[in-house]
Design a protein around this ligand. Structure first.
Ligand SMILES: NC(=O)c1ccc[n+]([C@@H]2O[C@H](COP(=O)([O-])OP(=O)(O)OC[C@H]3O[C@@H](n4cnc5c(N)ncnc54)[C@H](OP(=O)(O)O)[C@@H]3O)[C@@H](O)[C@H]2O)c1
Length: 324
């Protein structure tokens, strides 16, 4: 017999939708919303570029009259406050006559923080919360990191040989990985607001750092250069890892000095390790000094989150383990 989708199944679909808003929704959270009636999706929405319309507003427009009596799955508590840019989503859900709202995570923004849930309940709507909260927060990691820690969520990307080199001794690094891995790297660029390399990489490779994937060319992130000096036209100079403070998501693409600087400052949340089946030997190692005082300190810091083949290269994705 066919199994009916559970609340967690629908929420997982809403979380997948929420990822579409990343990074264009910044500085607003990338929320996903699914409206389901009689076992069928009648509306889908995610936070649009610049943060408006919100996911619920977009999904309610798509659902029209079908929203009445339906269940709304929302990855973040619907906002309780109206602003000059739009109405409160909790009011929109009430006005649309939804019967039930399922929420993944409560909104830490003090303007909402439980008040969206209270409003819905006061209007007689059944509210279920804490459905896949960790998964929803992970999908909103850049916004969540900014809210909680006032800094961007940082991904470090490294393309290495099997013996851990990022370049030959003469500095040449094109190409270590194959086409599929490089295309995946471009997709990662499209998911970030800004991308950073160190001065040594600019001098060695003159990288364009744009997104060269069909249909995503307009998603090229802002270009930052880690240097104690100045940056050429089209680049913004960043004097230290702590100085990146005006974006929610940052992709660091090396080289060894820049990567080490971000790791030493404990600014890396996610590590993308593209490993090609080649040996370089006497090459440039992936990292400079990361300030490790004791080998014991190196353990317990990284958890493997994903591992897959991209052509003949392997991608391992690690997450920084942080005890909050
Ligand atoms: N395979 C890969 O994934 C990959 C990716 C990128 C690059 N690469 C290769 O890596 C090599 C370049 O690496 P690299 O280590 O020589 O250079 P790098 O990391 O690109 O740049 C080093 C420079 O970054 C700046 N910097 C470093 N730490 C800093 C800090 N804490 N605060 C401020 N500025 C800081 C300094 O610039 P200033 O001297 O201007 O202050 C430093 O000279 C090239 O051969 C390139 O092809 C490989």
């Amino acid at each position: 017999m066919k199994r009916l989708p559970t609340d967690a199944d629908w929420m997982a679909a809403a979380i997948a939708l929420s990822r579409r808003g990343r990074p264009a929704s910044a500085p607003n959270p990338n929320v996903g919303c699914l409206i389901v009636k009689d076992g069928k999706v009648v509306g889908r929405g995610w936070t649009q570029a610049g943060g408006r319309p919100h996911a619920e507003a977009a999904a309610l427009v798509a659902a029209g009259g079908a929203a009445c009596g339906a269940t709304a799955y929302v990855t973040l508590e619907p906002c309780a406050h109206a602003s000059s840019r739009g109405p409160a989503c909790s009011d929109l859900l009430i006005a649309a006559g939804v019967a039930r709202v399922v929420i993944a995570a409560q909104d830490p923004d003090p303007r909402t923080d439980g008040r969206g849930i209270a409003k819905l309940q006061a209007a007689g709507i059944e509210v279920l919360f804490d459905v896949l909260p960790a998964e929803a927060r992970a999908a909103m990691a850049p916004w969540w990191t900014r809210q909680g820690e006032g800094r961007p969520f940082v991904t470090l990307k490294l393309a290495t040989s099997l013996d851990g080199c990022i370049a030959r001794a003469d500095g040449t690094s094109r190409w270590i990985t194959g086409e599929r891995a490089r295309a995946h790297g471009h997709l990662e660029r499209a998911r970030h607001q800004a991308i950073l390399v160190g001065r040594g990489t600019l001098d060695a490779d003159a990288p364009q750092l744009d997104v060269r994937l069909p249909g995503l060319e307009d998603r090229s992130p802002q270009k930052l250069l880690l240097t104690r000096g100045t940056a050429p036209n089209g680049w913004t100079a960043v004097a230290s890892p702590d100085a990146v403070d005006d974006v929610d998501s940052l992709l660091v693409e090396g080289g060894a000095g820049a990567a080490a600087a971000f790791l030493a400052a404990d600014r890396v949340d996610r590590l993308l390790l593209y490993r090609a089946p080649i040996l370089i030997g006497d090459g440039k190692s992936a990292l400079g000094d990361i300030g490790l005082a004791d080998l014991a300190d190196a353990h317990g810091r990284w958890r493997l989150d994903d591992s897959r083949m991209l052509g003949s290269d392997r991608l391992d994705v690690y997450e920084r383990i942080r005890i909050i």
